[in-house]
Design a protein around this ligand. Structure first.
Ligand code: URA
Length: 244
């Protein structure tokens, strides 16, 4: 099936669609040896030899999208010079090049999506789509109702307020509280920093949902492939921007 060149480049993870268009405009893309400057050019993936800066773009492997349950003390990266465990080791059986949809920090566990579709990975992280991400967290101390309201309405991080969040108290252990927090942004260590700002540092943090995808009872350190129904829901989330 013929498809537009910039779409194919984006899906192969070369660049976002917009950046792929720029590569074409700049004359850096060839198809079967010929420089292509036309943005609407059609190619057949697997038949046409597509090169960017003379580098052949690998034939796209079958599309793969998986959800991993990242354990604590695992880095979201392909290699760690200090030899700590990485997510790449968890998914090494999959030979396709996979992009992670954002990151979870070293001490955070839970749901992390990986996909071979570079464009999908890029969109799922884009703040414009405002995809909700839900975390379960154990925080230090017993936050008052007005503290939870503060978290919901937004706290200042790096001089800028966070967008409104959903915050539910789901349990108490005497000295600590379990919260379920849903945010639509993906700022650096956002949940940890939000809770720290209101005086209740995070003791445990686990992501349980990303858009329509649920972690469920997936065991830590394992992964599963998304179902066609989940894929359809995931793609629907990134068809229309919400405006931020
Ligand atoms: N918020 C955090 O603080 N850490 C994560 O890993 C994800 C969200």
């Amino acid at each position: 099936m013929a498809e537009r060149l910039h779409v194919v480049l984006a899906r192969a993870g070369v660049a976002s669609r917009r950046k792929a268009e720029n590569l074409i405009r700049e004359g850096r893309v060839t198809v079967n040896g010929e420089v292509i400057l036309k943005l609407g050019a059609q190619v057949v993936w697997g038949e046409d030899a597509i090169r960017v800066d003379n580098r052949l773009i690998r034939r796209l492997d079958p599309r793969v999208t998986i959800v991993v349950n990242k354990p604590k003390q695992v880095l979201t990266t392909s290699h760690d010079p200090r030899g700590r465990p990485t997510t790449a080791e968890l998914i090494r059986r999959i030979k396709t090049r996979l992009f992670s949809v954002g990151r979870l920090d070293y001490h955070t566990e839970g749901l992390l999506i990986f996909t071979s579709d570079g464009e999908l990975a890029h969109r799922l992280q884009h703040p414009g789509y405002g995809i909700p991400k839900t975390y379960r967290t154990k925080v230090k101390g017993l936050p008052a109702e007005k503290t939870l309201a503060h978290l919901r309405s937004g706290v200042i991080l790096d001089g800028k307020p966070t967008a409104t969040a959903q915050v539910k108290k789901i349990g108490t252990t005497g000295r600590n509280v379990w919260l379920e927090i849903t945010i639509r942004e993906g700022r650096y260590r956002q949940v940890r920093r939000m809770c720290a700002v209101v005086g209740h540092p995070v003791m445990k943090l686990k992501r349980i949902q990303y858009g329509p995808i649920l972690l469920g009872d997936l065991k830590p350190g394992t992964y599963r492939h998304l179902t066609p129904q989940e894929m359809e829901k995931l793609r629907k989330c990134v068809t229309k921007k919400t405006g931020s």
